[in-house]
Ligand binder design. Structure first.
Ligand SMILES: [Ca+2]
Length: 449
């Protein structure tokens, strides 16, 4: 483990990611972990039992205290004693969440994995996406939007680039921002997906995704002990990143500072002409984090629903840009209302899901828009769908399964419930029948938390 500079710690202390709080006895943990390494092999059960059941704040503290006490790098120890997919999972657990997301996004772009690209760009908060872009530049020496432009194409590229920009804040999100809520703590059951009471004015609608749940991303409020850990393979110190980055402040107050090296604002660099153009289509008062009055919001919901109808079912062919604009810019709560309004205004009584299914020929774009809409209307069902996608097919998509498990463990109860609703089977049993060995144990341990 590389020593942490003050700048590194400052950067991660203000992270928009939810690290959790330390509630376990770290000194006990490191003694038990030390006992796992004996002779030529490690007791994998010990590693899984501890690391699979701690949040990031605790894992970072464990690594730091382990080094202090035993003068050894715990991550290197784990890597030298484990292999294969178990090692990959433990490595995911030991990587700082924003760095992990950045690496995952890079890998998804390299593999042209459109589902994972959309997953990260849709489900992370504005502040988290900004952090990913900064780390991407440091780690891969390339602007993320340039990378997306070179690795994707067509309208899917337009959508992916558009998703990089900030979404408008939802009214309820603004309310949450004003409250000083404690960050997520272990056990993860404490962070439940809040359930909305059904707001639909058309309860009999024939759609497969009931609109009863809404996931709000954890907010960038955390008081992390100064123990954040960087991934050991990280060549470049975050110090340099911090030097280039404005000190992290709540994202809605973050100043747009130019990068001293490039003389170009990072945020400005990462906005494509396409994004600028689509921003221009949105009235000034609705851009970024500003909130219109409630009546105006209702009007805008109806207006968007009509715009989507006009761009799709009402015309010959499809104006894909209208869908991309609305799906990438509007808040998730707004999108959920648009989905509801779409059914009400549609004389054929088609849902927006139906419209996407029948209007879009491009498979990647169709799946991406469906994913975004499902996430906006029923996030638990969206995650359940992704778990199912990773487990179905001839080969298990292990990278996806590991990422979903490690990043969504705090919402796992709601996801398991949604999985059962969607597929009439349990997520745990599908995992049990799909993978094996210690890898199965660690994934099941986290899922069965
Ligand atoms: Ca059409």
């Amino acid at each position: 483990m590389q020593p942490q500079s003050r700048a590194d710690m400052e950067f991660f202390r203000n992270s928009p990611y939810d690290y959790g709080k330390i509630t376990h006895n770290i000194h006990e943990d490191i003694e038990v972990l030390k006992g796992a390494f004996k002779g030529m092999s490690a007791d994998e059960t010990i590693l899984i039992n501890i690391l699979g059941h701690r949040n990031w704040a605790e894992r970072a503290e464990i690594v730091q205290e382990y080094t202090k006490k035993y003068d050894k790098d715990l991550v290197k120890e784990i890597n030298s004693y484990t292999g294969g997919k178990l090692q990959k999972t433990l490595d995911a657990l030991m990587t700082e969440p924003s760095i992990y997301d950045t690496i995952q996004l890079h890998e998804a772009l390299e593999k042209k994995d459109s589902s994972a690209i959309i997953e990260i760009l849709t489900t992370r908060t504005n502040a988290q996406k900004q952090q990913i872009q900064k780390i991407y530049m440091i780690k891969f020496s390339q602007h993320l939007d340039h990378s997306i432009s070179s690795k994707t194409k067509g309208k899917f590229k337009d959508l992916a680039i558009a998703l990089l920009a900030d979404r408008e804040a939802s009214p309820s999100q603004s309310q949450m921002d004003k409250q000083t809520q404690p960050v997520n703590q272990q056990p993860p059951q404490q962070q439940q997906i809040p359930r909305d009471s059904p707001t639909s004015s058309s309860p009999q609608r024939p759609m497969e995704s009931p609109q009863q749940q809404q996931l709000e991303q954890p907010q960038p409020q955390l008081a992390l002990p100064a123990t954040q850990q960087l991934e050991p393979s990280q060549e470049q110190s975050v110090s340099s990143m911090s030097d280039n980055s404005p000190k992290q402040v709540p994202h809605d107050q973050q100043p747009q500072q130019p990068s001293p090296q490039s003389n170009v604002s990072f945020e400005k660099e990462s906005v494509s002409p396409r994004q600028q153009q689509s921003q221009e289509h949105i009235p000034q008062q609705y851009q970024q984090q500003q909130q219109p009055p409630m009546d105006s919001q209702d009007d805008l919901v109806t207006k968007d629903a009509h715009a989507l109808y006009a761009a799709g079912e009402q015309k010959l062919g499809t104006d894909e840009s209208v869908f991309i604009d609305i799906f990438s810019k509007r808040s998730l709560e707004h999108l959920r209302k648009v989905e509801d309004a779409y059914y009400r205004i549609n004389v054929k009584r088609h849902t927006l899901f139906h419209a996407i299914e029948h209007e879009f020929i491009n498979g990647k774009l169709k799946i991406a828009l469906t994913d975004i809409l499902l996430y906006a209307t029923n996030p638990a069902s969206y995650w359940a769908n992704l778990f199912h996608r990773s487990l179905s097919g001839f080969f298990v998509k292990n990278t996806d399964l590991i990422r979903l498990t490690v990043t969504q463990c705090s919402n796992i109860d709601s996801i398991k419930e949604a999985y059962h609703t969607r597929y009439n089977r349990s997520l745990a049993s599908d995992i049990t029948h799909s993978i094996s060995g210690s890898y199965k144990k660690v994934i099941l341990d986290i899922v069965s938390f």
